[in-house]
Design a protein around this ligand. Sequence first.
Ligand code: GLU
Length: 314
Amino acid sequence: MIPMPTDRATAPAGAGRYAPSPSGDLHLGNLRTALLAWLFARATGREFVLRVDDLDRVRPGAEQRQLADLAALGIDWDGPVLHQSERVAHYEAAVRRLTDAGLTYECYCTRKEIQQAAAAPHGPQGAYPGTCRDLTPADRERRRATGRPAAIRLRSTRTEFEITDRLHGRYRGPVDDFVLRRGDGVPAYNLAVVVDDAGQGVDQVVRGDDLLPSTPRQAYLATLLDLPVPEYAHVPLVLNTAGQRLAKRDGAVTLADRLACGDTVDGVLAGLAGSLGLTGHTAAALRAEFHPDRLPRDPWVLDPDSLVCAGAGP
Ligand code: GLU
């Protein structure tokens, strides 16, 4: 369990983190999650580190704007910002280690083949059906000869794994033979996140609850690699009034948009704080009043009309 703020003196010297994908500007939902990750870490005496998940979906300039927005809100971080694109040797070492332990196999399936096979009524929903798990050497040669590059999958010994989440309690979810390295050679997110969190000393993962279903896979992988499983807190997302995850098309939702609309940084921070039941207008004030147990458990629903620029004409 995450220590309470009052435990600060005895809190473990671990770290929390925020790990944006530099695919565009952060919107209010992303900023709120980043603020929460920072509040959880700082309120429990932890360091706070940043990691840029830049293995794909990189938009030039996005990282710089994301970091600038976080800093503008008063979210500070410790140490250098980690970039996944510079850590491929670490992911490869983890794949090698699992391979040496007999815990990987090559997979030649196309997306379509997986969808068709996964429609069969067995195994957890959406799980890889194991088509390539036990190919005979002759089958494998035939598949290799097609020239299609193989993905590397985990040879899982579990079908489920249980984690403990600060907000969701005990959560049991499926573990399948998930991809460790994609067919195009890019390390898979589920592998990179596990290697990096351990590498950065992260023992507290606070992120959007859309990632909760992936977490049993990640925690299980950590145990296979003899890495500590971090504490988790999967926080509610920000939704639009149609119940969908907030997106750029919902209106003026980035910090730059809000400022262009006449909002101030303090005003945006106060809005995020209000959605968390907090009243402070600076990051430091929020940190002083934040308590994980008082966090709203429901998504924050944002009405796009409230995001329309004041005075913006048609
Ligand atoms: N980069 C991922 C995202 O932006 C987050 C990864 C994580 O927090 O584990 O969705």
